[in-house]
Design a binder for this molecule. Sequence first.
Ligand code: ATP
Length: 210
Amino acid sequence: MKYNFITIEGNIGAGKTTLAHLLAKRFNARLILEEFADNPFLPKFYENPQQYAFPLELFFMAERFKQLKELLQQKDLFQNVTISDYLFTKCLLFAKVNLPDDEFRLYQRLFEIIHQQLIQPDLLIYLHAPVKKLQENIRRRNRPYEQAIPNEYLFNIQETYTHYIKQHDIKTLFIDASNADFLSNDIHLNIILDALDKDYDDGQHYLTLP
Ligand SMILES: Nc1ncnc2c1ncn2[C@@H]1O[C@H](COP(=O)(O)OP(=O)(O)OP(=O)(O)O)[C@@H](O)[C@H]1O
């Protein structure tokens, strides 16, 4: 395994957490998981996005910073592999979609100050699935407040992520996860494991799962 700190990203319902658990088990890695359930603004945001977007985004940024800073500063970081199911920049990407321009600019100023203090992963795994598949996953896991997410919101999030990854030339394994089933299909997990044995240049590297 060539990487010390891997982050898995993707749209809502793409399967980040499942893959993060499987990889962490395989590499006996430290696991950093998104704690979105503690965000009291999330159900309110889905009911009334305009009113709650700013406190929602601030809460996410504060919580994620606290979590990443504590974990990544522990001395054993580079003795163990670390897997996380979110990138700190996720805050900024969701904020771009959810906030009006003036509020976004304020948020971005705060983000940039905070962001510099964090260690970045050495590989990003991006799970890309079509909106139809995301909606199926969201329905199946059945978190009540997510059941009316419009397709347009998922498209916007997807666009924002892919644009960011391209623009910043981030070292990314870009996985077509349309058919992904990491839990019951060992072939899918093995394709990812094989890929993690290789060195990659910066930029996107595409993988398709059969
Ligand atoms: N910055 C943010 N702004 C708005 N909503 C957010 C933000 N971050 C996370 N969320 C919401 O929190 C919930 C959890 O999102 P997330 O994509 O992290 O996990 P997930 O959908 O459980 O991932 P996966 O299914 O890929 O494991 C979703 O409803 C998502 O929209």
